[in-house]
Write a protein that binds this ligand. Sequence first.
Ligand code: MN
Length: 134
Amino acid sequence: MTWELERMLRVLLVEDDELNMELLHTVLEASGFDVLTAADARAGVELARREQPDVVLMDLQLPEMDGLEATRVLRKDPKTSHIPVIAVTAHVKKDDEKRSFEAGCVLHLPKPVDTRSLPEIVARVIDEAAERAG
Ligand code: MN
């Protein structure tokens, strides 16, 4: 349907580090994404429910509720369970990756994020989620 093709793809960034947030925001906006931001997990979950982004980029190290817990909350809620979550973290050991997948993340991206490949990765994750949803 045309309206679906014309709609801007919407990305929600959940990140407590201001510089990293600014970087990701700039890169994704420059690539044509509609970008929403939240500096903590609670605000992120709330925004996801209300704004229905196409994908969430979730920093795992967040104050109070961490990114894995926030991902579990999103996966459990029927309002947000269809939204793919990409984990972003400096912890890149196999165990960390496994924990991300167990929490329901579809991808585990190491920090610092490779900004050149990020827009394509984000678009691909949205595509794959749309295919799964039919
Ligand atoms: Mn953080």
